[in-house]
Ligand binder design. Structure first.
Ligand SMILES: [Mn+2]
Length: 587
């Protein structure tokens, strides 16, 4: 047993938590064994809520076989009928997509599907600054000017009562496809395809906007020769939008991602091939992380600092030659976006540092509206508390917020509604337009709400999937964890607690990281702790520690080797106490 006189002072910076693991039913274990899954993998799945009959099939069966019937979507019959009429009359169509990666990829899916049916279809992406979110009157005017008598929205439209009425007056029908919150009053559209509609029979409402578009493409292409396969070939686009929108990587989203990753790796469409080349990413190495840090930011960059239509044209490009200049344009926009974000973030940190004890970060500055959400996200992540970043360079002032620690932003913004012209969002992310002169009042109110909700122990929580002894860290464990891929939000990379590793060496690495050499018995294993340069001063050779890490396999000069991506460390014995407590580890 470890003595309390552990020589290290590396106390955990997080609360380590073990989920409650349900008892595994014999049927579940037998099904898992048939699929070649280890008991460790099955325990993780069960603790993540996948222990019901049919859950393993949904998780591991061939993805094409686990997609749901698109005919179950609300208003599916109305969509089919209206598109059939459009084909009969050779109508011209406008597809309206939101300017973020979810909307853009969904827009590309819808345009490709409608063109495959033979409809003259034009894409329309609104300007973030001039038009904002939602179907715009400018788009309705464009449709009218071009003689387009049908608009299909993607990732937006559910709340656009006035704009859809205006389209009706202009003789234009609207089909809404969307996944956003459904208000009491629906617009007067031909169809509102939104799996969140009350009474919807659709089995899995967690689709992103692009996922809904993908399902509508399946619906419309089903009867065509080769149509089913053509629809599945759009899964690459749906995967990008799903990841970018942080939709949970379970259920149908997981099936879409498994199909999509295969396409991205083996045969990326011309626009994505050009984008990956410009980003210096090899297609065969693409995973969901790559989408999150390389692909989605480049698609979004156009909407943030340039022209969002560039990304739409890139996704629709027929050849790499056509796509290359568009990819170069997005590359430039992304670089600009990155520089702007870095400058704004540095200023934002300085302001936030003036009030280090505040339960939330609420700051205003003359920052571009297109990047305040990114700055809020970074601040929330590094400080482990909710962050609201307001741009004071526009009229009205606009704010973007990101949550931390489970704080419900949607509820908090509702409680601050008196200070807003309008507001909206989800528990994790929200936005607002402030009333003139109300920033200070809003700030006070929001900080009080955050303080009331703040936990007694403010350290962020780590949800561990598994606890193992140092000697159990091997390729078999790696294989057991790999079974959960692809991972993402809702199905995160497994976090493993490892008990009793001996520190052989700790040294500082470039970029503020710590590089550790660890011993388990006679073997050594490499560890890297990103942004934890502090560990170098806290750990000494010979210390026996517990740690929390992701287990990764790296290739160096043709050799595969295991590495621990260390998130936190603690004196030996911490992990055992955490498990015994079944909950939070004491500091
Ligand atoms: Mn969306």
């Amino acid at each position: 047993m470890a003595s309390s006189a552990a020589m290290t002072t590396s106390h955990p910076t997080h609360r380590w938590r073990f989920p409650e693991t349900p008892r595994l039913e014999p049927g579940f274990l037998a099904d898992g064994a048939r699929r070649g899954l280890s008991e460790r993998t099955l325990h993780i799945l069960a603790a993540r809520g996948h222990a019901a009959p049919g859950d393993l099939a949904a998780f591991f069966d061939p993805p094409g076989a686990t997609l749901h019937d698109p005919g179950l979507l609300p208003d599916a019959a109305a969509v089919r009928a209206r598109i059939a009429r459009a084909l009969d009359a050779a109508e011209r169509v406008l597809v309206f997509g939101d300017f973020d990666a979810d909307g853009l990829t969904g827009l590309a899916i819808m345009v490709i599907a409608l063109r495959a049916l033979g409809l003259d279809t034009a894409p329309y992406v609104p300007d973030r600054r001039a038009e904002g979110h939602g179907l715009s009157l400018a788009a309705v005017q464009r449709a009218r000017a071009e003689g387009r008598t049908l608009i299909v929205t993607v990732d937006t439209g559910t709340t656009n009562v006035a704009e859809i009425a205006a389209a009706g007056v202009a003789g234009i029908d609207v089909i809404v496809t969307d996944h956003h919150h459904v208000p009491a009053r629906l617009p007067d559209a031909v169809a509102v395809v939104n799996p969140h509609r009350p009474g919807s029979l659709y089995p899995d409402p967690r689709l992103a906007g692009t996922g809904v578009a993908f399902k509508v493409a399946q619906l419309l292409l089903a009867d065509r020769p080769g149509g089913a396969a053509a629809a599945l070939a759009l899964a690459d686009l749906a995967t990008i939008g799903t990841v970018a929108d942080v939709a949970p990587m379970v259920g149908e989203n997981r099936a879409i991602a498994r199909l999509g990753l295969e396409l991205l790796r083996s045969a990326p469409r011309p626009g994505l091939a050009a984008l990956l080349a410009a980003a210096k990413v090899a297609p065969e190495s693409v995973d969901l992380d790559t989408i999150g840090y390389a692909i989605a930011p480049r698609l979004n960059a156009g909407g943030r600092v340039g022209d969002a239509e560039t990304a739409a044209h890139l996704l629709l490009a027929a050849t790499v030659a056509e796509a290359e200049p568009l990819a170069a344009e997005l590359e430039t926009a992304n670089r600009t976006r990155r520089e702007m974000t870095a400058t704004a973030l540095a200023e934002a940190r300085t302001i936030a540092d003036r009030d280090p004890a505040a339960a939330a970060v609420v700051i205003a500055g003359d920052w571009p509206v297109g990047i305040i959400g990114l700055v809020a996200g970074r601040l929330a992540e590094e400080r482990g508390r909710p962050a609201v970043v307001v741009s004071s360079g526009v009229d009205p002032w606009r704010g973007s917020a990101r949550s931390a620690g489970g704080f419900d932003l949607a509820a908090a913004f509702d409680a601050c509604a008196d200070d807003f012209e309008r507001h909206g969002g989800h528990p994790q992310a929200a936005g607002c337009n402030l009333l003139d002169g109300r920033f200070d009042a809003f700030r006070g109110r929001f900080l009080r709400l955050a303080a009331e909700a703040a936990p007694a122990d403010p350290r962020p929580q780590l949800r561990l999937d598994l606890a193992v002894l140092a000697g159990d860290v091997d390729y078999r464990l790696h294989g057991d964890l790999q079974a959960l891929e692809p991972t993402g939000p809702g199905n995160p990379r497994p976090l493993v607690g490892v008990a009793g590793m001996t520190v052989a060496r700790a040294r500082a690495a470039n970029g503020g990281h710590a590089q550790l050499t660890l011993r388990k018995g006679r073997e050594v294993i490499d560890g890297i702790a990103f942004d934890r340069g502090d560990l170098v001063g806290l750990l000494a050779e010979g210390d026996v520690i517990d740690l929390v890490a992701h287990l990764v396999s790296r290739t160096f000069g043709g050799y595969e080797t295991l590495q621990l991506e260390i998130v936190d460390t603690a004196p030996e014995g911490t992990l055992e106490r955490a498990r015994a407590a079944g909950a939070t580890v004491p500091a």
